[in-house]
Write a protein that binds this ligand. Structure first.
Ligand code: F6P
Length: 739
């Protein structure tokens, strides 16, 4: 109210000042125009009289002056006329004495200067223009005639202008004030009040309320910022509550906040650099806009929350077609885009490098070499050449980025960079280097077929720490080193000594960002509703989420579903398996063949059990974001992870984490690292189709009580061994190693 009043007063004063200035200027020019018209008219009258009566004027005296003035006044409508004769005697006038007296000064001036003189005077409160004209100088000296013309009408005109403009000003000020108040009340205060309500709601812990209604467009940027602040507040509050709860329960579950504190203590201001081939955010063109995607990758699911919690630098290949447009001149961009927490530096590979380094050596060589999935590895000299070259380029980038650092912490991800630890250590011996191998490590005999096995092992052993998901993979690695290199493998503490350097080889089962805070997330949609939206009516639903990769056992999974329906025909028409499949590495023949095989198998099985409005398998073949996958996890009766060989498999953990009601069943391949932790799952051998089919039946018919028991146990394991505890364990180990 006070704001409105002061605003109205300000507007009235501002509009008034403008109107006053304009009117002032207008009246000045109007008055000067009218004055000069009056002057001109009076001069003309004077000239006409003096010229037309010049002879007569010399003879004017007290007797005839009255008839003279009367005739002039009548003819020219003057308010008065006076004749001044011989210096001091006014011989005639038809006007007031006051007026005559006020003219005397001017008359003397006119006579002294011997020139006409026009002035405006006021007499008896009236405005008059007087024009003094000397006449007939030759015959009678100091003889003047004074013409008095009415100037009152000029004042009247000027007054009318002021009045008109005052009314106009008043109306304008009133109108502008009303409109402004209207705009402010409904256009500005309205949306602001909404934001205030939203922030209050967020303060009270109702974060969902905040997302409900977007405010007026012009407040959108402010709204976005406030949502972020409110979200951060909400998260901080939630984790503070969680910390408090944990303290009272004497538990020690890791949270992003706890990891942040731990990292600050461990790193002591040292820079954290993560290196991977796959980038956590990828910018791609979509029509005329640029979209930001999170690629399908277990490594990203795991590493991203750590960087989000602790900040740092992540170096990766830029592979999105709009990546170059979104970085600064150093190839850097702040991510996540909506709420930046760390820096992503993109390095650019040439097409040739991508062919040989990524598709060739990494994914046709090392990937099938490490996964025992019966796809033969291919080793080409050219691929190896580019693998070395790209490792060198990444090493150079890491060294440049850490040039000013005394002891940076470098966390290398995966099989794409086996040579990087040694290259970095050579350039910066003080650096603490760890490499985490996200995929399995095969037995020494299998690994032994790689023509460059020595170089790879030597490159990896440049690290202070090598991490695998399981002790089993660590043992395979140490055995491989033992058989291949001249080194000392110390089995008592799982380390390797070579050329004065000690490398520890330890298991760190990777995980997801799951905390107690996530325990209460509610599924937003029902299974039947979700399937309805996809055009399928089924009572039961299973889900699978995989990159389409020959290691994932997708074909075997479909065959198990087929066998399950064969053995349990009552489920035909009632059960649908949704397979979310992200095409991956499709330039490699074995991968494009796998996409075709998955499609063919889907079509074959669906055709076999064909029924109106129902499908046995629904294949959703495209990249899905985490947000898109979440509802499927939340509503599926079971999730089937069927990897033929897998380092960990985070899909299994994500499914369990999404089951807030402690229902649902996880069917998990015994060849995925996750099977060692998630004992509550139904563990299957993906090659054993018959048993897998039985596992599906068991899952669908499991009692609620048993589901609860298993799910609770698995959720507890994941929450206690989440990605924050993984990162803390890895960094703590790095810190304790002194080479
Ligand atoms: O999870 C294993 C892994 O190799 C990751 O390291 C990788 O990001 C992911 O699979 C997906 O593979 P790509 O990066 O080749 O798409």
């Amino acid at each position: 109210m006070r704001l409105n009043l002061s605003l109205i007063i300000s507007i009235i004063v501002a509009v008034g000042l403008i109107a006053f200035s304009f009117t002032f200027y207008q009246t000045l020019s109007e008055r000067s125009k009218l004055n000069s018209e009056l002057e001109k008219r009076t001069v003309q009258i004077a000239e006409e009289i003096c010229q037309g009566n010049s002879a007569y004027l010399t003879q004017i005296n007290h007797v005839n002056v009255d008839s003279f003035t009367d005739s002039i006044n009548n003819k020219y409508n003057l308010v008065g006329l006076a004749v001044y004769y011989n210096n001091d005697s006014i011989i005639a006038n038809n006007f007031s004495l006051n007026l005559m007296n006020s003219s005397l000064d001017y008359i003397s001036q006119s006579i002294a200067a011997d020139t006409s003189l026009g002035t405006f005077i006021t007499s008896d409160g009236k405005s008059i223009y007087q024009y003094i004209k000397p006449v007939n100088k030759e015959t009678i000296s100091n003889n003047v005639i004074v013409f008095y013309n009415d100037a009152e009408y000029i004042d009247n005109i000027i007054n009318r202008i002021w009045m008109r403009n005052f009314i106009r000003w008043f109306m304008q000020a009133l109108f502008v004030s009303l409109i402004t108040v209207f705009i402010i009340r409904w256009g500005i205060f309205g949306p602001i009040n909404k934001i205030v309500d939203w922030v209050k709601a967020a303060r009270m812990g109702n974060i969902d309320q905040l997302r409900k209604q977007p405010p007026a467009k012009f407040l959108a940027p402010l709204h976005k910022e406030i949502v972020q602040i409110a979200k951060a507040m909400h998260e901080a509050k939630a984790s503070a509550e969680e910390e408090a709860r944990l303290r009272t329960k004497a538990e020690a579950v890791w949270t992003p906040e706890r990891l942040k504190v731990e990292m600050t203590n461990l790193l002591q201001n040292k820079k954290l650099v993560v290196v991977s081939n796959r980038e956590p955010y990828m910018h791609v063109h979509e029509g005329k806009t640029i979209k930001c995607l999170v690629p399908a990758s277990g490594m990203i699911t795991a590493m991203e929350p750590i960087l989000k919690a602790c900040g740092g630098l992540w170096i990766a290949s830029g592979t999105g077609d709009a990546d170059k447009e979104t970085v600064d001149k150093n190839g850097k961009v702040q991510v996540p885009p909506e709420d930046p927490k760390y820096t992503l530096k993109r390095l650019w590979l040439t097409k040739e490098e991508e062919d040989h380094f990524y598709y060739g050596f990494s994914n046709e060589g090392l990937w099938p070499l490490c996964h025992i999935a019966h796809t033969r590895p291919t080793f080409r000299r050219e691929d190896w050449h580019f693998y070395k070259k790209v490792n060198e380029d990444f090493a150079k980038a890491v060294l440049e980025e850490t040039a000013d650092e005394e002891q940076p912490f470098i966390l290398i991800q995966d099989y794409h960079f086996s040579l990087l630890p040694e290259l970095i250590k050579k350039g910066k011996p003080n650096a603490k280097v760890a490499i985490f191998w996200h995929i399995p490590w095969p037995n020494p005999e299998s690994f032994g077929i790689c023509p460059w096995q020595k170089e790879i092992l030597q490159g990896m052993l440049g690290a202070d720490l090598i991490g695998f998901h399981t002790q089993y993979h660590c043992n395979h690695f140490l055995e491989t080193v033992n058989k291949t290199l001249e080194s000392r493998v110390l089995w008592d503490n799982f380390s390797v000594k070579m050329s004065g350097q000690t490398t520890f080889v330890k298991p760190f089962p990777i995980s997801i960002a799951f905390t107690y805070k996530d325990f209460n997330k509610k599924p937003k949609i029902k299974a039947s509703q979700l399937l309805d939206e996809l055009g399928i009516s089924a009572k039961f639903m299973g889900v699978g989420v995989d990159r389409i990769d020959y290691t994932k056992g997708i074909i075997e999974k479909f065959q198990a579903i087929e066998r399950f329906l064969e053995k349990n025909p009552s489920y035909i028409g009632k059960f649908t398996f949704v397979q979310i499949g992200a095409p991956s590495r499709t330039l490699i023949k074995s991968y494009s063949d796998m996409v075709s095989a998955v499609e063919t198998e889907t079509n074959r099985i669906n055709w076999r059990f064909k029924s109106k409005g129902w499908k046995a398998i629904l294949l959703l073949k495209r990249h899905h974001s985490h947000e898109e996958i979440e509802p499927f996890y939340a509503v599926a009766d079971f999730c089937l992870v069927n990897s033929l060989h897998d380092g960990m498999n985070l899909v299994a953990k994500e499914y369990v984490a999404s089951r807030n009601e402690n229902d649902g069943v996880l069917i998990l391949s015994r060849f995925a690292g996750a099977s060692q932790e998630l004992q509550g799952a139904i563990v299957v051998n993906p090659y054993d189709i018959e048993k897998s089919a039985d596992a599906i039946k068991l899952a669908l018919e499991m009692t609620d009580q048993e589901q609860n028991l298993r799910m609770k146990q698995m959720r507890q394991i994941i929450v206690e061994n989440n990605i924050y505890s993984w990162a803390a364990a890895l960094l703590r180990t790095m810190v304790t190693i002194h080479n």
